[in-house]
Design a protein around this ligand. Sequence first.
Ligand code: ZN
Length: 336
Amino acid sequence: MMSFASVSGHEDIKLRLQENLSSGRIGHAYIFEGEDATGRDALVEAFAAALLCEKGGKEACGNCRTCVQVAGGNCLDLIYVTEDPEKKKKTGIIGVKEVRVTLVDQASVRPFAARYKVFLMKDAQNMTTEAQNALLKTLEEPPEYVIIILVCDDADHLLPTVRSRAEIVEVGALSEAAIRKALVREGLADPEKAAMCAALAAGDLGAAEALASSENFDRLNHEVCSALRNMEQMSIRRVHDLLFLLKDHKENADLILRIMRVWYRDVLLFKATRDVRSISLADEYRHISRCAAENDYLKLEKAIQDVEKAQTRLNANVNNELTMELLLLSLKENIK
Ligand SMILES: [Zn+2]
């Protein structure tokens, strides 16, 4: 079962929620919004479990009857509001019927065993306007035992009337240091690889974990770094070797671009600070310091912009190989 102690980082949020729990000042509605989906959902689950635990502490005990039920997915006082599971064609949309039947009607029934009745809705931004208006009635006059938790990427996608009746918990991106620690603690990487994965993941713990456990990681990292070491002299053959890596594994393109971005970011940071600790790709120190010495700021900034442009194109599903080929040729011309 998810506990606050097992969530990496987000110390300020954990403190705030646990203060709510110990003081008993619990809001009737919370909106958890955030980019770090992994951390966000883990916080939500830890919070819901603590709310329901019979011990009533700052953290679910894990042993009481309700905790066991929550862990087993059969606690009657924890209700997931989702798209109608009976619906033949799934659209991801949460409509007014779902909200009425699973939330509004149930909210008038007292909890079975726990102090609270917790309604949890993921992808809350997928509620229709009618569904949100139906929800509003319960938000305006909630029975004292009802707690509604809405989870979404961005609370701005919900109606202002819904937003204004909930406490908003912003789950921001994690720091690289927090991700690094988490990867080492989870046994997914040694400190050096953890630093690399943390830098590549840009605040997303789930992405960092996926990178650290990816089979392709070491090979791609080696290939990409050795190509970047000597961009100017990179042969067309090498360009094609790199493009070949994309052939079978489209997901490699994302990783290749992340590695490139961190490589040039390291160069830029090292050029500005002359501090070895600013380099996350520690093995590349020699090449990165050479690249920093031989290129000016403008060229390095352009290189990073080129990589970011390619990332945008890739996300927009523009042809991978073409995107990558253009990027490599532009870097080859620009960077020594
Ligand atoms: Zn418990």
